[in-house]
Ligand binder design. Structure first.
Ligand SMILES: NC(=O)c1ccc[n+]([C@@H]2O[C@H](COP(=O)([O-])OP(=O)(O)OC[C@H]3O[C@@H](n4cnc5c(N)ncnc54)[C@H](O)[C@@H]3O)[C@@H](O)[C@H]2O)c1
Length: 305
């Protein structure tokens, strides 16, 4: 099958590229390497260095998409806090980027597009676990854009006939996650702090709870979404572990000293109801965070108390 991954040099996209190649697909990648890395590239895939958010690139996108069966749209400026600092940059990149990809894909009749959506769409809620039919409450530019992207995908299925599916990922961790910089998330930040011998920094009192999802489980969800006959009309599907833990619990799993910082504006808890993923994709998470951390500590000889 001819597959294309936007954002395929990034954390989730590059894990997806490797899996697609190992399943004997022909894989192309579009990435502008804004946060993607050369070392994530697979020498069996074809890479196009291109900015998807520039309207001037629509013809180039169409040319690349000719003959492509499925697009996995992972490209985005990911992360909540940097989007609050620079909402315009995020808007152009994430909203126009998706719109260009959808328009070019529909024009050349790509069969299906799988959209990397985000659990941030739920925002603060006491109604947990979150079901896809629950009201959304995005509280950052990034969350708004990711949610609007779902609406764009559904609209493109209805108006332009391209099959789409939106997968709402919950806090993804695993190999190739960023360990530092603006794009690092808490598991990566903790690993980095441990490697550097620093205490684990926690925003607020650490009682906030998160549903953490392993990157290869997210990859499997994408691959199942590309072939399931039960989706293609803009369905929204949670991809989470179905369990949540507090940030204090997470720090305890790593077993290092904690340091508390000022709280940031973030939902108190998230937790996915994952029944729809089972029903429509026959997907279930296979790896849990605790075992992954134990494995990580063993294989990297991370010597912590
Ligand atoms: N990591 C998570 O916990 C998480 C959770 C929910 C949703 N998501 C979504 O999953 C997707 C992948 O996230 P990630 O964590 O792998 O992020 P990432 O930053 O590692 O990867 C994103 C990739 O997109 C590329 N990119 C960004 N803008 C581009 C543009 N205009 N043109 C071409 N390429 C561009 C980047 O260079 C990078 O390689 C994103 O859409 C993100 O919103 C991630």
């Amino acid at each position: 099958m001819k597959m294309l991954v936007t954002g395929g040099a990034g954390f989730i996209g590059s894990n997806l590229v490797d899996q697609l190649i190992s399943e004997a697909n022909e894989v192309q990648v579009i990435d502008n390497f804004s946060s993607g890395k050369k070392e994530n590239c697979n020498d069996k895939a074809i890479y196009h260095k291109l900015d998807i958010s520039s309207i001037n690139n629509i013809d180039a996108l169409k040319k690349i998409f000719e003959d492509v069966d499925t697009i996995f749209h992972c490209a985005a400026l990911a992360r909540v806090q940097p989007s609050i600092i620079d909402p315009l940059k995020y808007e152009v990149n994430n909203t126009l980027g998706l719109m260009n990809v959808l328009k070019a894909a529909a024009d050349v009749k790509v069969r299906r597009l799988i959209y990397s959506a985000s659990s941030s769409a739920y925002g603060p809620t006491e109604n947990l676990p979150s079901k896809e039919s629950d009201p959304v409450n995005p509280i950052s530019p990034y969350a708004n854009q990711k949610y609007y992207g779902e609406l764009c995908c559904k609209m493109f299925s209805e108006v332009y006939g391209i099959e789409t599916v939106s997968l709402r990922y919950f806090n993804v961790y695993g190999e190739r996650q960023n360990l530092g910089g603006a794009y690092a998330t808490v598991v990566g930040i903790f690993i980095n702090q441990i490697l550097e011998g620093n205490p684990l920094t926690i925003n607020g009192d650490g009682s906030q709870r998160r549903d953490f999802t392993y990157v290869k489980d997210v990859v499997n969800a994408n691959i199942l979404a590309s072939s399931s006959s039960k989706v293609g009309s803009g369905e929204v599907i949670n991809i989470g572990s179905g369990k949540n833990i507090s940030i204090n619990d997470l720090a305890d799993m790593f077993g290092a000293e904690k340091k508390y910082l000022k709280p940031v504006n973030e939902p108190f808890a998230n937790l996915a109801d994952i029944r729809k993923a089972k029903e429509l994709l026959n997907w279930e998470p296979l790896v849990d965070l605790d075992s992954w951390i134990k494995e990580y500590k063993l294989s990297n000889r991370v010597n912590i108390i």
